[in-house]
Design a protein around this ligand. Structure first.
Ligand code: ATP
Length: 349
């Protein structure tokens, strides 16, 4: 539905986007995820029409978007700051865009009523923004974005101004809403948990390029580059040389078991990534595993995080277990994992 084809944009000597191509389907909830400065907002602004690319094409249902001014694109953009009019009521804020389009009064009233119902704010229609909570203001901004029935809704860090609890509620709300209205959503975020919980598919950006486009679970379980492995969730990364189909050869530890995602030339630089929850803590006397000493144990309610100093490994190995941990700092242990739970990829990018 939305096709981004070879988009590049430079600002002086900064390359904000370098030949980015993506295809986003009708009704999809799609996330652009990456660290600050990787170019995701620039791409959103190009789609919306507030920025012009140096090269590339953007089409929506086969129609060229770039030649149209922002107000002639069937797109709404929702910013991080909600930009509500403080002196207008909730209903007026939502009606504003439709009034500008000079729709009949009755139709405006009906559509505003419907959309306030959808976001659960019917009872607050007569309030002003200052009389609302952060989460409610967020809903007004959403209502205002969808009341115009855009084909595409772009959201720039939509939840970053909310505190943690409200944010979790709004994540659920956004998902429900997207499902209900059936509009294609493209959200920009630097928060990988948010992207994973919201999106059907995620594009991971790194310095102006797309590293991987996948469903959340595949990004998590099958990262295809060290960047993605490190950026999406916590990972333990071990470096070594590619060696056959069942592991890497590490200078410090010998063979480390893992599963390569693609064929790597024997001897080539490789990285093995294993998630904290896939690591098992064994007794120091166990025959298999890397010997280490527990540095720290933190309990987070449902899970505990244990960091283990493994001599020869540059960072503590992070282990996650369900519930309370049975080890204490100072304990001698071995860390180990099953080959199918560790992913091997080419080192470098
Ligand atoms: P953030 O999450 O911090 O907003 P981002 O991933 O959205 O980051 P962009 O805002 O797209 O990143 O910026 C990408 C790069 O382009 C950055 O290095 C930024 O400084 C630069 N950049 C963006 N807009 C401009 C501009 N108008 N003029 C000059 N440089 C810009």
């Amino acid at each position: 539905m939305l096709k981004i084809d070879g988009i590049s944009r430079r600002f002086g000597d900064v390359t904000a986007l370098d030949d980015v191509s993506l295809e986003i389907g009708q009704g999809e909830f799609f996330a652009l995820l990456g660290p600050s400065g990787c170019g995701k907002t620039t791409l959103l602004r190009i789609i919306a029409g507030f920025e012009t690319p140096d090269a590339g094409k953007v089409t929506l249902d086969g129609e060229d978007l770039l030649s149209r001014p922002p107000n002639r694109r069937p797109i709404s953009l929702m910013f991080q700051s909600y930009a509500l009019f403080p002196h207008m009521t909730v209903a007026k804020n939502v009606a504003y865009g439709l009034e500008r389009e000079k729709l009949p009064r009755q139709e405006i009233k009906q559509r505003v009523g419907e959309v306030l119902e959808t976001v659960g704010l019917s009872a607050h229609a007569a309030r002003r923004p200052a009389q609302l909570s952060g989460g409610q203001r967020q809903r007004v901004a959403l209502a205002r974005s969808i009341v115009k029935r855009p084909r595409l809704l772009l959201l720039d860090e939509p939840l970053s101004a909310l505190d943690k609890k409200v944010r979790a509620d709004m994540q659920l709300e956004l998902k429900r809403l997207q499902h209900e209205v059936g509009i294609t959503f493209v959200v920009v975020t630097h928060d990988q948990e948010e992207a994973m919980s919201l999106a059907d598919r995620i594009a991971v950006f790194d310095r102006g390029t797309v590293r991987q486009v996948d469903e959340p679970i595949s990004l998590y379980e099958r990262p295809r580059s060290p960047f993605v492995a490190d950026f999406v969730g916590a990972n333990n990364l071990f470096s070594g040389e590619a060696s056959g189909l069942d592991g890497i050869k590490s200078e410090k530890f010998g063979m480390l078991a893992g599963t390569p995602l693609e064929e790597l030339e024997a001897g080539a630089g490789a990285l093995l990534a294993v998630r904290p929850e896939k690591i098992e803590l064994a007794d120091a006397s166990a025959t298999r595993g890397l010997a280490g000493e527990v540095l720290d144990v933190s309990f987070y309610g449902g899970v505990s995080h244990i960091s283990v100093d493994v001599p020869g490994h540059p960072k503590p190995v992070l282990v996650a277990v369900q519930g309370a941990a049975s080890v204490r700092p100072g304990a001698k242990v071995k860390v180990r994992w099953d080959a199918e739970d560790a992913v091997i990829m080419a080192a470098g990018q």
